[in-house]
Design a protein around this ligand. Structure first.
Ligand code: 5GP
Ligand code: ZN
Length: 115
């Protein structure tokens, strides 16, 4: 685990987080700076820097990431009204934390713009 990675430190319990879900491989917690009433980050516990670092070995992991977000949307009662799933990748994608994470954002009407 990279010592300096904020999300690895959350996985290790070294930094507190409002955790909504966890299993052997994944963790989901509320974003510290929410952009909407529901703003949750879903991460693999293993350190993968970005979506650009995924390989064919991660097919199951990438699928689980989305299914966990989908299940949390149900729990947060935003599945029916809708939501957005976002993965920012590297510099041009605006990725700030270099540990792969899926944003689950909803609970209000989101802008139609993508960037
Ligand atoms: P990115 O811009 O990399 O896609 O998103 C990183 C997200 O992580 C941002 O929305 C930011 O608010 C959130 N974040 C950064 N540091 C922390 C932290 O220490 N705890 C939590 N819960 N969220 C964080
Ligand atoms: Zn990490």
């Amino acid at each position: 685990m990279p010592e300096e990675c904020i999300f690895c430190r959350i996985v290790a319990g070294q930094i507190p987080a409002d955790i909504l879900y966890q299993d052997d491989g994944f963790l989901a917690f509320r974003d510290i700076s929410p952009q909407a009433p529901t703003h949750v980050l879903v991460i693999p516990k293993t350190h993968i820097a970005s979506s650009a670092d995924l390989t064919d070995d991660h097919v199951e992991l990438a699928g689980r990431l989305i299914i966990i977000a989908r299940n949390l949307a149900e729990k947060e009662a935003i599945a029916e009204s809708g939501y957005r799933l976002v993965i920012n990748c590297r510099s041009d994608g605006g990725q700030q934390v270099p540990h792969l994470h899926l944003h689950l954002i909803g609970g209000r009407q989101l802008s139609g713009r993508l960037g």
